[in-house]
Ligand binder design. Structure first.
Ligand code: NAD
Length: 378
């Protein structure tokens, strides 16, 4: 039987993305599924109801939730949304399982099949479904634009009749998906860029973007292509080398993260005190506590020595058209694995399905979250 895929308006303050775009609606329709959209769900991302062809528009969220077999979300579902979904329905989106045990419990108790896109394995086959990557790209780009806007200097070198302006010196800390995009964006704006990361393989990636790899003498590759937490000795070494370097930079963009943990503290108060007046720090890690000791998530701080520290939240939502387009394509590529002739067919032998699943049939399927919520080890 053909399933109904539903989408509601995101209600989290500041969220402008939508989990279904007109382009993806068309692709889903071609797969034989029915589509049900809450009126205005795409409005904040500039997608009017009328742009969604062959999509039924419902006046309110309850009507969508009551009839959806699959609900596509950006932000995790609220308790009301979870309560209004039919038992056994599928939810796909960010579920932040490590942050809200009560939400996972509610998804389990409602017997929903919940897929947390954060849990998607980062394999080659999964790349087209990887929301962490697509949205991190946007965050890296936007962080540099925010820094350029807040900086009292030009980024590029300018040779003018009024003399030569030296290019800004930008330091990007953490060279994952967001960091590499930040480096590329700062280079496009003409800045002189240094980047560093604790994973040694990033050296070549940083250099290939025309930036310099800042070698702080610390290498900390962890498992699954991620970084591990630094030891206290490594941290001290990194801090000492970095303190010298930041004295000369105009802009720092920090993107360092360790999966499932608070962001590592890399820029100390003392380092900020050593920076030049007019310098700007944009801390993308603000959402998970910040890479800078002085970051205040969601606001700007100007220190006594004239350094501006910006801790933006939910950067992808500030570029909602492209963020939604990429996010919706990621969800489509994931959902497509489970649609056969318009019906839902979950293949649990597929590791992308099995490992991304958070709850199913009244059980928590992700072991680390199960232990967090149910408090027992196997
Ligand atoms: P992330 O958001 O978890 O972390 C951002 C960066 O911070 C990482 O590069 C990490 O090494 C770095 N970092 C952590 N602690 C640090 C410290 N103390 N100092 C400096 N830097 C620190 O990472 P991400 O952007 O999600 O990507 C992580 C890895 O996953 C990369 O190797 C990336 O290429 C890989 N990846 C693979 C796929 C895929 O194959 N499907 C998709 C996306 C990413």
């Amino acid at each position: 039987m053909a399933i109904t895929v539903g989408v509601v308006r995101e209600t989290t303050p500041g969220e402008r993305r939508v989990a279904l775009t007109p382009e993806v609606a068309k692709k889903l329709k071609a797969k034989g599924v029915g589509l049900l959209l809450e009126s205005g769900a795409g409005a904040a991302a500039s997608f009017a109801d009328a742009a969604y062809k062959d999509t039924e528009i419902a006046a309110d969220a309850r009507a969508v939730l009551a009839r959806s077999d699959v609900l596509l979300k950006v932000q995790p579902p609220s308790p009301e949304e979870i309560g209004a979904l039919r038992e056994g329905a599928v939810v796909i989106g960010y579920l932040a399982p490590h942050l809200a045990p009560e939400r996972t419990r509610a998804l389990r108790d409602r017997r929903l099949t919940a897929f947390a896109m954060e849990l998607l394995p980062r394999t080659t086959r999964a790349q087209a479904m990887d929301v962490l990557s697509s949205q991190a790209n946007i965050a890296g780009y936007k962080a540099v634009l925010i820094a350029a806007e807040a900086s009292p200097k030009f980024f590029p070198m300018l040779t003018t009749a009024a003399g030569t302006i030296r290019p800004s010196r930008v330091l990007v800390i953490g060279a994952g998906v967001a960091g590499l995009q930040a480096i590329a964006t700062a280079r496009r704006l003409g800045a002189q860029v240094d980047g560093f990361d604790v994973r040694p393989e990033t050296k070549e990636q940083i250099q290939s973007l025309g930036a310099k790899f800042l070698d702080l003498g610390v290498s900390a590759a962890g498992s699954g292509g991620y970084a591990r937490e630094l030891t206290p000795e490594e941290r001290a070494q990194q801090q000492a080398a970095l303190a010298e370097h930041v004295k000369g930079v105009d802009v720092i963009v920090t993107t360092a993260a360790v999966p499932g943990r608070k962001a590592p503290r890399i820029i100390s108060k003392a380092m900020v005190e050593g920076m030049k007046a007019g310098s700007v720090i944009v801390d993308i890690a603000a959402e998970t506590g910040g890479n800078c000791e002085l970051t205040e998530p969601g606001s700007n701080v100007v220190t006594a020595n004239g350094v501006t520290i910006i801790g933006p939240l939910n950067l992808p939502a500030s570029t909602p058209i492209h963020a939604s387009e990429m996010y919706a394509r990621n969800l489509y590529n994931f959902l497509e694995l489970s649609i056969k002739d318009g019906a839902l067919a979950l293949d649990w032998s597929d590791e992308l399905i099995a490992k991304t699943c958070l709850t199913h049939a009244g059980e928590i399927k992700h072991e680390a979250t199960r232990q967090l919520v149910e408090g027992t080890t196997p």
